[in-house]
Write a protein that binds this ligand. Structure first.
Ligand SMILES: C[S@@+](CC[C@H](N)C(=O)[O-])C[C@H]1O[C@@H](n2cnc3c(N)ncnc32)[C@H](O)[C@@H]1O
Length: 214
């Protein structure tokens, strides 16, 4: 089984519990939503990857023209679709997929969003290149990513042990600096850096980047 399939199974198992758990830092989440909204326009076509149960997609979609939200987990997408039906959302489409494997062609989107997902992808450079490809020239990529290298060092021991027993997905131990460098190498210019967390230390940089080479 490929790592992506294994990860999809992990997230399928986690989906109902994930949907039921409250946002850990609501004020930080609201800051991220607000700042993201400010970077979008009512004319935009948006692609989100790693959308989970669609909470963010359903909150942001009313601010844009069309919103495509994707995830590797069919269970996450099923929950997201249930929520979209309940809310009567009309401009959001939820699909199983990734930026690397999607039906959408080069230069389709004004903005691509990825929240709490870049540390989970099997090949970060390939994902970043795929995001770059999906964006229109000058398009915007917004991400907030846990940089595990800035978190408790014990994670480095605990996570591999949990992975062995299927209790953790694949993860990358990135620093914020490395993440930025790899985004730049993929053709992005970082135009905004922030930390939205309410606590003393926040290891999840919020980055707004523009596709270079317009
Ligand atoms: C921590 S959750 C974040 C969900 C949502 N973005 C949020 O902020 O609540 C990570 C999500 O990414 C998805 N995911 C994991 N690996 C992925 C990959 N390689 N490509 C796309 N999505 C992935 C999981 O299925 C899960 O729904």
């Amino acid at each position: 089984m490929t790592d992506l399939k294994k990860d999809a199974r992990f997230w399928n198992r986690a989906a109902r519990k994930y949907a039921a758990s409250p946002v850990a830092d609501m004020m930080g989440y609201e800051r991220t939503l607000e700042r993201t909204r400010q970077s979008l326009t009512a004319e935009d076509t948006v692609f989100e990857f790693g959308c989970g149960t669609g909470t963010t997609a359903l909150k942001l979609a009313p601010s844009v023209r069309q919103y495509v939200a994707s995830d590797i987990s069919s269970e996450m997408i099923a929950i997201a679709r249930e929520k979209a039906d309940r809310e009567g959302a009309t401009n959001v489409r939820f699909e199983i997929g990734t930026p690397e494997e999607t039906v959408w062609s080069e230069g389709t989107f004004d903005a691509v969003l990825g929240f709490s997902v870049l540390h989970l992808v099997p090949d970060l450079d390939v994902t970043l290149q795929s995001v770059h490809r999906l964006l229109k020239p000058g398009g915007t990529f917004i991400t907030k990513t846990p940089c595990l290298r800035e978190m408790n060092m014990l994670l480095r021991l605990v996570v591999p042990a949990m992975q062995l027993v299927g209790k953790a997905p694949s993860v990358l131990f990135l620093s914020a600096k490395e993440l930025e460098q790899r985004m730049e190498a993929a053709g992005f210019e970082i135009v905004e850096r922030a930390r939205h967390g309410s606590g003393r230390k926040d290891a999840r940089p919020f980055l707004v980047a523009k596709k270079r080479g317009a």
